[in-house]
Design a protein around this ligand. Structure first.
Ligand code: GDP
Length: 298
């Protein structure tokens, strides 16, 4: 296991207790440790550089307080900066004022979209909503079936193309699902879309067409936290190709140390809104920037 940033800084500062102000050499030593810790957490290099610069700047200006030792003080600064980049407060879903709230999911195949759709539906149901799931991933052979099975598990209906009726046209399915939701008085529509194994133009166009057809209140980009550095280029490609309002990180139960969260939030400026952390349909919650900051630090 990696040494935690808190441990690293404690070592660096062993001899500094009681000093009035951090010297430039102390700050450089600190910056080095932060840099290593962030790189080990798989944070993208440009983000690391920017982050370390910001922390150095703040550390220079601050008196070392009596209450905290220098290591604790730096950890506090690092923690505050991490929380700020991760969005500060938890960003909540915005619901439509009139008619059903439409949430569209986009991301690569295997990111965990279909699983997430059911998790989100269950979570919304627990909040007193009456969601409906929409199967617009007509690319992956088993995706419709998988959504139906998961929908049944969480007790949420699934709108899917009848065999032979509109099969192959996800945009038509998406459009029709909104009418269906209105008719059946569902207040949230969750649209699952197709992913490819890698970013491609056709995938982007299809997602953009679905977006234009359903005019979602929230587009959520779903990304596997375990893909580390690749998360940044994928996040940027979806931002350019489809656009989104927030990010959902999946597979946070793996040993990813949160680098993807920090890199994506920093580079795209979009908040991480939800965290998916297991294969069970209840393994899902709002994303809490402060908890993720602790995970990166500790
Ligand atoms: P999609 O292609 O984006 O729709 O991805 P799926 O929902 O089919 O998920 C791909 C795989 O990841 C499946 O085996 C899921 O069980 C698994 N999966 C999804 N979310 C999580 C998660 O949060 N943690 C773990 N460990 N596995 C997950």
């Amino acid at each position: 296991m990696f040494a935690t940033l808190s441990d690293r800084l404690s070592d660096t500062f062993k001899n500094l207790r009681g000093k009035g102000r951090l010297s430039e050499a102390d700050i450089d030593a600190t910056a080095r440790e932060i840099r290593i810790a962030l790189l080990e957490a798989d944070v993208a290099l440009p983000v690391v550089k920017q982050f370390v610069g910001a922390v150095k700047e703040r550390a220079r200006g601050e008196e070392v307080s009596k209450a905290l030792n220098p290591a604790q003080q730096i950890v506090k600064i690092v923690n505050e900066e991490l929380v700020a980049i991760l969005g500060g407060e938890t960003r909540r879903l915005r619901y439509a004022k009139n008619g059903p709230t439409v949430i569209m999911l986009a991301g690569l195949q295997g990111a965990g979209k279909t699983t997430l759709a059911a998790k989100l539906a269950l979570w919304l149901k627990d909040q007193g909503k009456t969601p409906i799931l929409v199967a617009c991933d007509l690319q992956r052979p088993n995706a419709v079936n998988q959504l139906q099975v998961n929908g049944e598990r969480v007790g949420v209906p699934v709108y899917a193309p009848e065999p032979g009726n509109g099969v192959g046209d996800p945009v038509a399915v998406a459009r029709a699902s909104i009418e269906e939701a209105k008719r059946r008085l569902h207040d949230v529509v969750i649209v699952d879309t197709a992913g490819r194994l890698g970013v491609d133009a056709e995938l982007m166009q299809q997602a953009a067409d679905i977006r234009d057809a359903v005019r979602p209140d929230e587009v959520l980009f779903v990304v596997d936290a375990m893909i580390g550095q690749d998360a940044v280029s994928t996040a940027q490609a979806f931002l350019d190709g489809v656009g989104y309002d927030g990010v959902v990180l999946t597979k946070l139960d793996g040993d990813a140390r949160g680098g993807a969260a920090l890199s994506i939030a920093s580079i795209t400026g979009k908040p991480v809104m939800f965290a998916s952390n297991g294969e069970k349909l209840t393994d899902f919650d709002l994303f809490h920037p402060d908890r993720m900051a602790s995970r990166i630090l500790d």
